[in-house]
Design a protein around this ligand. Structure first.
Ligand SMILES: Nc1nc2c(c(=O)[nH]1)N[C@H]1C(S)=C(S)[C@@H](COP(=O)(O)O)O[C@H]1N2
Ligand SMILES: [Mo]
Length: 227
């Protein structure tokens, strides 16, 4: 936590952060940042949330990986639903996958623009399970007990996915293989990697980072970084 706060402070001061992880470069790109700051999204919000700078590509931010084996993958959709169900990888692939472009925003100050994601909409999974009106929060469940809480409305937007492909390739293990959640309009810690379940709940249950000082909602345009 201290290390992360230190990194946030460093990034906020405007220091260019260049990390060398294995053979891959992750570079804060001033040119792309300048261009993105001049753009407006279709919903009227600025393309780049305040205090963010564009990183050349998605950087692995850690966490304890689950099994990368598709044969072991299961996703359980449960909680405040009429018909809870569990799908394996093959059944998930059979559920109307979509491919969309989305920007993601890490609380540490980097954003990646225009990544291409393939997956099944959380909305479609919720519909199949028969979401009850009493469901007010989605608790995204992942390997080793990691969870992230999201109010139901933003979790059911069209660009919120359970995803297994990034930029045309299977997800790398460090990015959540075989399958992760994607909730692009909230800070990226809500996008749980190595996802195992979607639990709908009538009561809020702060998750892993929310209990460790991050904001309970995490809207990047409101800079809801810390609670
Ligand atoms: N299961 C799990 N998911 C997780 C995390 C984690 O520690 N465990 N970290 C979160 C955080 S803080 C961020 S910023 C993003 C980073 O995703 P990336 O490593 O693919 O860039 O994953 C999120 N999902
Ligand atoms: Mo993060």
């Amino acid at each position: 936590m201290l290390a992360r706060r230190e990194f946030i402070r460093t990034a906020a001061k405007g220091t260019a952060v260049v990390a060398l992880g294995g053979a891959a470069w992750y570079v804060l790109d001033d040119e792309l940042t300048r261009k993105a700051r001049a753009q407006t999204r279709p919903d009227g919000r600025p393309r780049l949330p305040p205090g963010q700078r564009v990183l050349s590509k998605l950087k692995p931010m850690g966490g304890t990986p689950g099994s990368p084996k598709v044969s072991e993958f299961r996703l359980r959709v449960h909680g405040e639903v009429d018909a809870p169900f569990t799908v394996d990888f093959r059944a998930l692939l059979g559920m109307k996958p979509v491919t969309t472009r989305a920007d993601v925003h890490c609380v540490t100050g980097w954003s990646v623009l225009d990544a291409q994601w393939t997956g099944v909409r959380i909305k479609d999974l919720a519909e199949r399970a028969g979401l009850k009106r009493s469901a007010r929060f989605l608790i995204v469940e992942a390997a080793h007990g990691y969870t992230a809480n999201v109010p139901v409305a933003p979790a059911l937007r069209d660009d919120c996915l359970i995803t297994w492909r990034l930029d045309g390739k299977p997800l790398a293990r460090a990015h959540g293989a075989p399958v992760r959640a994607l909730i692009p309009d909230l800070y990226f810690w809500k996008s749980a990697k190595w996802v195992t379940g979607l639990r709908f709940s009538s009561v809020d249950r702060p998750g892993y980072w929310e209990k460790r000082g991050y904001h309970n909602v995490g809207d990047p345009w409101k800079e809801q970084r810390h609670g």
